[in-house]
Every structure is written in C-alpha cells, then in structure tokens.
Design a protein around this ligand. Structure first.
Ligand code: NAP
Length: 289
C-alpha cells in the first residue's frame, strides 16, 4: 500500500480521496479550507496537512483536483507547492481540468527533480467520483503511467493513456467540445417538445433508445424538463473548460464554431446568476428564465 497525498477536497476530490483510503492506502489530505480536511479525516481516517509541501515530502504519490490553471500552479509549483518537496521517483497526478500548457509546465518541473508527472483529467461528474467509476484521460511517460495505473483505478473505471504530457488534457478538451454542442441540441429538442405539447416522458423513453441517445439525455433529460439544475457540473466550470478548448484550438488552427457559440450561451447563463447550476441548464436560455 502506498503513501498518498490528495490536494483539493471539492465535489470531485473529496470522494476520489475517499476511494484511495478505502482501498487501504495511507492517505494524507490537504484542503485550502481546513474544515473540509477535518471532515474528511473524521470520515475516512488518515491525516491532514497545513500546506501541500508539508504533506508531499514522504509521499509515493501526490494527487490534485483543484480548479483552473492558477490553482493547480499554486498547489503544485508555488513556494509551498508539492513538487519541490517530493522525493525523487515519486509521482504527481493532476486530476484537474486545466490547459495542456500548464500540464507541460508541471511535467517539466517534475522532470528536473526526477518526479514523474501525469495530467489525468476525469469525466463522469460527481456521481462518477462518488461511485469510483470515472473515466481518466492521461498524459505522461508510459513507465510512470504503468506505476500509477493501479492507484488511479481506485477511482477510475476506465483509465486510458493518451500520449505524452498534455495529451490527457487535450483528450478532456475533446470530451467538453462534444458535450457543448450536444447539450445545446438536447435543450432545443426538449424546449420544442414542451412547446409542441408532447408527452416528454414518452418522448425520452422513445428516443433514448435510438440514434439520438446520449449520457446527457439519459441522465439529464427528465431534470431539464422539470427545471432542476441545483447539482452536477457547474456552468462556471464549463466556461473555464470551453475557454481552454478555444485557446488550444486556436493554437492548432482547428475551428470550433459551435463550441464558440455555446461558450457565449454559458457566459449569458452565468450573467443571469446561474453560474453554479448544472451545465444542462442551457435550456433556461431558451425559456428566458
Ligand atoms: P470544487 O468543488 O469547486 O472544489 C475545488 C477544490 O479546489 C476545493 O477543494 C478548493 O478549496 C480547491 N482550490 C481551488 N483553488 C485553489 C487554490 N488556488 N489553492 C488551493 N486549493 C484550491 O470543484 P470540483 O467540482 O471538485 O472540480 C475540481 C476540478 O475537477 C476542476 O478542474 C473541474 O473542472 C474538474 N471536474 C469537475 C467535475 C464535476 O462534475 N464537478 C467533473 C469533471 C472534472 P476550497 O475548499 O478551499 O475552496
């Protein structure tokens, strides 16, 4: 069993760290707001640290699941960040969704200290984190991936190496590009169904078995009809993800016309005060509320 540190006990990190502890690993957690770390330790055992560096010195693996680029840089590379404190041969796994550029920066900083670094963003949402069934898209060296794989499988049902550093983040961008257009299409269909006075239960039963089927339709169709959005993957996180996609796509000269439009719709939703709503709340724009 390994000595593991987990940085960031949010909606995703809290249960992911719980699965690592549940598998028998010796887990130390760090959270910027200490209260959450105290709660986690009361629930799962282990211990908590005051900053990432204090926690990381003895660790075999350090995981992070925080927010945007500056947040990962803060816990990984700042003065009290983990990388500078980690021992040679240990491994840093970042599960946050951030830019491929930041993934490469952390990889390079690790390389200088013989610390393996993987960018390993996840998909599957809060439910996937709680059930330990996340999809994990990984960038980094093959040997480092092979060592970390059994540990990542504590919270991931599907863990796929995509290539070198940054490729995990690029794969996650593809995931978000797919979702953006899809949720807008689903919103339009369901808004149309209500306007046309269709039986939406019957509709979802019928078309979720056909070619239009999607995870969003199966898991969000009914809640969209019922105007329930107080859960799931926040609009403001999606805005961050689509910003990252659009910046990366510009670098590769790959147009994302629909993604760009939907990113603007999510900005509108955030301005309407719905930034913490689930991403399926795109349908609210069509309803005007
Ligand atoms: P969250 O609930 O808002 O939690 C964010 C965590 O990061 C908190 O523990 C927060 O600490 C910490 N944090 C943020 N900025 C920090 C900083 N500068 N320094 C130190 N700690 C910092 O977010 P989440 O939903 O768990 O998402 C985490 C990551 O996973 C994001 O990159 C997100 O895009 C990605 N993701 C989320 C989902 C989802 O469904 N939620 C799905 C896939 C991927 P405090 O407690 O002190 O605020």
């Amino acid at each position: 069993m390994a000595k593991i540190v987990f940085l960031g006990l949010g909606v995703m990190g809290y249960p992911m760290a719980g699965h690592l502890a549940g598998a028998g690993h010796d887990v130390t957690v760090y959270n910027r707001t200490t209260k959450k770390a105290e709660k986690w330790v009361a629930e799962h055992g282990g211990s908590y640290a005051k900053n990432p560096a204090d926690a990381a010195a003895e660790a075999d693996f350090v995981f992070s699941c925080v927010g945007d680029d500056p947040d990962v840089l803060a816990v990984a590379l700042n003065e009290k960040g983990a990388i500078a404190a980690m021992k040679p041969g240990s491994i840093y796994v970042d599960n946050s969704t951030v830019s491929a550029d930041v993934a490469s920066q952390i990889y390079a900083a690790g390389k200088l200290r013989s610390v393996g670094v993987l960018d390993a963003p996840v998909s599957g949402g809060q439910a996937g984190a709680e059930n330990g069934t996340l999809t994990v898209m990984v960038g980094g060296d093959q040997a480092v991936f092979d060592t970390a794989l059994p540990v990542m499988e504590c919270y991931g049902a599907r863990v796929v190496r995509m290539g070198n550093a940054g490729k995990g983040q690029q794969a996650k961008m593809c995931n978000q590009i797919c979702i953006a257009g899809l949720v807008q299409g689903l919103s339009e269909a369901l808004n149309f169904a209500v306007a046309a006075d269709l039986d939406t239960d019957a509709l979802l039963e019928a078309i979720s078995g056909g070619a239009a089927q999607s995870w969003q339709m199966v898991n969000r169709g009914h809640t969209m009809v019922n105007n329930e959005f107080d859960f799931g993957f926040a609009v403001d996180w999606m805005r961050k993800d689509l910003r990252i996609c659009l910046e990366e796509a510009t670098r590769h000269d790959a147009p994302l016309p629909v993604t760009k439009i939907v990113a603007g719709y999510y900005d509108e939703l955030s301005q309407m005060g719905h930034g913490r709503n689930d991403t399926s709340s795109l349908i609210r724009r069509l309803r005007g509320s």
